[in-house]
Design a protein around this ligand. Structure first.
Ligand code: AMP
Ligand code: ZN
Length: 461
């Protein structure tokens, strides 16, 4: 039985979906003002593992991930410029083109990481009416007020505000940043609709009952989740930084509007760090996946690197760590090729694998089970079948390698045979020279009994 850490109740809970075998999953997507960092991608990898585990356990998942292409301001306190408009100005690009360009890069990154795309990927700019409609409901119910720069949600009208992060309104006020919008009634209040600035013309703006402007960032998730999944739905995910503001605000909007919970389970991944600090664009230590690939790494090595840590623990990124993951990946591929296609998996290893995942997606333990399986006395076909099953969750492309031994070319086989003869004749010098030649050509020889050998492609690194 699946157990997840539910941020809403701060404890591990048994997972019970609303509708027997169907699961509604909403994950906060990227703000497409820059190519995703590998830090961002850790979030999407965690969500992908969650989704694959749900499918592995027999659920049908409807997954919605929004694309934030408008409204995400530089500061969480509703101050500063829209990230996309700012980036467009800086680079001299059209805001729309910039958003589409980064969205395409993001989707390509997901593909490279073998992340199953969401069933629905709604863009904020294509759901302006839904957002306006939701703000209208909140307005009718008395949750909003107007300032000179927009329509705000009055958090004092929503008594359970702060429940997710466990912060009281007063604490939030006390801890709030100094630079505040003076017209806000509470520091925790947030924009639902922002007016276009009077002097400058925005590239992205729309008519609304309150004036020309654009939606606040949080409202898109509330509007699009109810639109595609209904309310409540089962699981809502995002990075840990979203918990205190963005998700708190989503809950306030959705629950104030429809008087029922937004989602039953809230799951948050912790950060990818670099040198012990958060990796982020604003921190100036962010790498993109393409930068990682340009250094010669397989993108799936990064996937494996992330699987090596449970999603709720911090993960420190180092190039050495990634290199180790690449070696491990090559080793796993080699092992997979050695196995044979089978239909009968090992129940023992599968159930150990499942137990690890049931325990709040404990991927490092699940990986340890994979190695236990490979080292075990099970037959090559049982191992092959079991690994293929496991790989539906791991997503490392191992399943398709099972039984696909790469044949060494004839000249290499010939050299290897010659070496075997040299060994038999105890001509170690000659045997060694031949081994070096074979290795230079990209092959390793693994000696077996009685002069037999295996030729295995050398690892890339
Ligand atoms: P954003 O595009 O800024 O909305 O962020 C996209 C996702 O990446 C969010 O779920 C963030 O919480 C998450 N995120 C941002 N930085 C990191 C990081 N260093 N490690 C893990 N997740 C992150
Ligand atoms: Zn969101």
């Amino acid at each position: 039985m699946l157990k997840f850490w539910n941020s809403l109740h701060r404890k591990q809970e048994l997972f019970k979906p609303l509708h027997d075998q169907r699961v509604g999953l909403y994950t906060c997507g990227p703000t497409v003002y820059h190519p995703a960092t590998i830090g961002n991608l850790r979030s999407y990898l965690f969500e992908d593992v969650l989704k694959r585990v749900l499918i592995f356990f027999g659920y049908t998942v409807t997954h919605v991930m929004n694309i934030t292409d408008v409204g995400h301001l530089v500061s969480d306190a509703d101050e500063g410029e829209d990230k996309i408009e700012r980036e467009a100005k800086k680079s001299g690009k059209d805001a729309w083109a910039l958003a589409r360009e980064n969205e395409a890069l993001f989707l390509a990154d997901l593909k490279k990481l073998n992340i199953i795309p969401a069933n629905i990927l709604p863009r904020a700019t294509e759901h302006i009416q839904e957002q306006i409609d939701l703000i209208k409901i909140l307005e009718e119910k008395g949750y909003t007020y107007r300032t000179s720069d927009g329509i705000y949600f009055d958090t004092s009208k929503f008594p359970s505000y702060g429940r997710l992060s466990g912060q009281k309104l007063e604490e939030k006020k006390a801890g709030a940043r100094v630079a505040q919008n003076d017209e806000k009634k509470q520091a925790s209040d947030f924009a639902l609709w922002k007016f276009s600035p009077k002097k400058a013309k925005r590239q992205m703006e729309w008519e609304s009952p309150w004036g020309v402007g654009f939606p606040g960032w949080h409202i898109e998730c509330s509007a699009m989740s109810v639109n595609y999944l209904g309310q409540p739905f089962d699981i809502h995910c995002g990075g840990i930084d979203h918990l205190t503001v963005h998700h708190e605000n989503e809950i306030a909007q959705s629950e104030a509007a429809f008087e029922k919970p937004l989602a039953n389970y809230w799951m948050h991944n912790d950060f990818l760090l670099v040198d012990g600090k958060r990796m982020g664009k604003s921190e100036g230590n962010a790498y993109t996946l393409d930068e990682v690939i340009a250094k010669g790494f397989d993108p799936l090595a990064y996937r494996l690197f992330c699987l090596g840590a449970q999603y709720r623990s911090k993960l420190n990124f180092t190039w050495d760590g990634l290199e180790a993951a690449q070696h491990t990946l090559e080793k796993l591929r080699e092992e997979a090729r050695r196995l044979s296609d089978g239909v009968e998996p090992s129940e023992t290893f599968l159930s150990a694998f499942k137990s690890a995942l049931e325990d709040d997606l404990n991927s490092p333990v699940a990986l340890a089970v994979v190695w236990d399986l490979l080292k075990s006395d099970e037959s090559a076909s049982v191992k092959g079948a079991t690994l293929s099953y496991m790989d539906t969750v791991l997503g490392l492309g191992l399943g398709e390698l099972v039984g696909k031994r790469v044949q060494a070319p004839a000249n290499i086989v010939l050299l290897a045979k010659e070496r075997a003869s040299a060994r038999e004749a105890k001509d170690w010098k000659r045997a060694d020279a031949l081994r070096v030649e074979i290795e230079r050509a990209g092959w390793n020889i693994e000696d077996k009994n009685r002069g037999e050998f295996d030729l295995v492609p050398k690892r890339k690194i």
